[in-house]
Design a protein around this ligand. Structure first.
Ligand SMILES: [Zn+2]
Length: 199
């Protein structure tokens, strides 16, 4: 899906779409701009991690050899609590800017040697496609992940490490009443491990 700017200066809103055609913007002088509203639905961030809702706005600015995307986003993501391992809703809010490198001249179609124009140390660019489109999905995905807590915690009501495993292990076995029981120690060690995922 491609969204064409309407060109009335008010911008338009991208509803659940992330591909933007920047052909017209690329024909403008450096400093040319487009504004968009963003209203994005479920967006997969990582395995079992989904941004359920993201709203905000985006300004695209024509720079030399690139289009700079300046984002403002707020919303919610379903993440897994590191303590109880249950999924819960985390709120996120962030601002960030990402450059989209221009690879071909919009009029001639000739290849642009971007290394002449951009910091050669910076090789982590998103690119404008040969069809003069940018896809902001990956830029958003990466930055939402960065904005989420390193150790997501579902909050005060967190029941703590998985109590179901303990209940199951307890069963009717009277030996488990003794805290020094070897099996219990092994279970504790296991739970400690689960409490510290290596992210
Ligand atoms: Zn929790």
């Amino acid at each position: 899906m491609v969204s064409q700017p309407v060109g009335n200066g008010l911008g338009n809103t991208l509803m659940n779409e992330t591909v933007i055609n920047v052909a017209a913007l690329l024909q403008e002088d450096v400093g040319g701009r487009r504004n968009y509203g963003l209203a994005l639905g479920p967006l997969t961030l990582a395995e079992e991690m989904v941004a359920t809702r993201l709203d905000g706005d985006l300004t695209l600015t024509r720079l030399r050899g690139q289009v700079l995307g300046s984002f403002r986003l707020a919303g919610t993501a379903d993440v897994e609590c590191v303590r109880c391992l249950r999924s819960y809703e985390e709120t996120v809010a962030m601002t960030f800017a990402e450059p989209f490198r221009q690879r071909v001249d919009v009029r001639s179609g000739a290849e642009i040697n971007a290394s002449d124009q951009l910091d050669p140390e910076e090789d982590d660019f998103f690119e404008i496609s040969d069809n003069h489109e940018i896809d902001i999905r990956e830029a958003i995905r990466q930055n939402v992940l960065l904005a989420l807590p390193m150790r997501p915690d579902c909050g005060e009501l967190c029941p703590g490490p998985d109590t179901r495993a303990l209940t199951l292990a307890n069963g009717d076995d009277p030996d488990l009443d003794a805290p020094d029981d070897g099996r219990f120690s092994a279970l504790s060690a296991l739970l400690d491990k689960r409490d510290t995922p290596d992210r």
